[in-house]
Design a protein around this ligand. Structure first.
Ligand code: NAP
Length: 311
């Protein structure tokens, strides 16, 4: 029996991967989507998306993702849970090792996205799921009526803080500087909210209380005053950005210093037939619509590549 070789496999089921799947499916390439660690990607963890064109009232992130998924499925996209552990991209067809099986494919679209970043403190890591979280949408509900903290100074932190005001009695936003990366509109909204308080030039040094297996407070350092103090809180939500999910590539493709895949003309990697799109290769825009746009581009390039190869 000859081993099946796919025309194209897409790694990742976020906005970029699913848009690539939609275009590849409509080109009759029967794409296989390997869904990855976080099915649906970052949009599946957000609430209202107000800036995706075509939805004047906004649309819930999970609903938007489900819609694109169904749209691609309608044209023949297939989905498989799992993620790539290692890959042999040195020769075509490429071989993907999913741990319990291997998949061979003539072309590959890497849309593996980016995942939430952590502070890296041992006490933080020990309390993930016990009051430390990177997903306000997932875990905010558990802290109804409580005083909680959000870490970060970008749009993610503002969005999390604003969302968490639905549940918390008070949200303290802790940022390591006093200059914010967040857009003016998001920062304004957070600053004007009467439940949100700001602590700037402040670093989290430790999360209490590992022995109790719950968050009871933080050890904070006020950089300007040069003092450390204990700050009571019931939860710590991280909103400090994301890391690209490309470690499995293991040197086969070029990355920048932070691990984002390097591409030319948006989606071309240095290996013919391997394309990258969405947040795994985009540290500049990182929007749902740009991720979808590069997903579309990657699928069109796959189609052109296969045609040029005579498939
Ligand atoms: P970001 O803009 O890179 O901001 C990350 C924030 O976390 C920065 O303030 C950074 O501080 C802080 N930070 C990073 N590492 C830290 C550490 N180890 N300890 C303490 N603080 C740390 O990331 P983002 O907020 O996730 O946004 C990413 C992109 O998505 C942006 O383009 C943003 O506009 C977009 N986005 C848009 C929306 C929306 O429009 N609704 C929502 C979310 C995200 P420094 O400033 O000191 O570096």
């Amino acid at each position: 029996m000859t081993e099946q070789v796919r025309e194209t496999v897409i790694l990742g089921s976020g906005c970029s991967g699913l848009t690539a799947a939609l275009y590849a499916a409509r080109a009759n390439l029967k794409p296989l989507v390997i869904e990855g660690h976080e099915i649906g990607g970052q949009l599946s963890l957000t609430t209202l998306v107000e800036n995706f064109p075509g939805w004047p009232e906004g649309i819930q992130g999970p609903e938007l993702i489900e819609n694109i998924r169904k749209q691609a499925e309608r044209f023949g996209a297939e989905y498989q849970t799992g993620h790539v552990v290692t890959a042999d991209l040195s020769k075509s067809p490429f071989t993907l090792n999913l741990g319990n099986q291997t998949v061979k494919t003539r072309t590959l679209i890497i849309a593996s996205g980016a995942s939430a970043r952590w502070l890296g403190l041992p006490s933080e890591q020990a309390l993930i799921g016990h009051g430390v979280s990177s997903c306000a949408t997932c875990d905010g509900f558990f802290f109804s009526g409580k005083e909680i903290t959000v870490i970060g100074g970008g749009d993610s932190a503002m969005e999390e803080a604003l969302f968490l005001t639905r549940f918390a009695s008070k949200v303290t936003l802790i940022h390591r500087r006093d200059v914010f990366r967040a857009s003016k509109i998001m920062l304004d909204r957070a600053q004007k909210h009467d439940k949100i308080h700001f602590l700037t030039n402040t670093i989290v040094e430790e999360v209490y209380d590992v022995t109790k297996k719950e968050v009871t407070g933080l050890k904070l350092r006020d950089e300007k005053a040069g003092r450390t103090y204990d700050f009571p809180t019931s939860a710590m939500f991280l909103g400090i950005g994301h890391e690209p999910n490309a470690k499995w590539v293991d040197g086969a493709l070029d990355t920048d210093a932070d691990g984002y895949l390097l591409t030319e003309r948006y989606v071309f990697t240095k290996i013919p037939g391997v394309f990258a799109c969405g947040d795994v290769q985009d540290r500049r825009y990182r929007q749902a619509i740009t991720a979808a746009g590069t997903g579309c581009m990657a699928a069109i390039e796959v189609e052109r590549f296969l045609e040029a190869e005579g498939h």
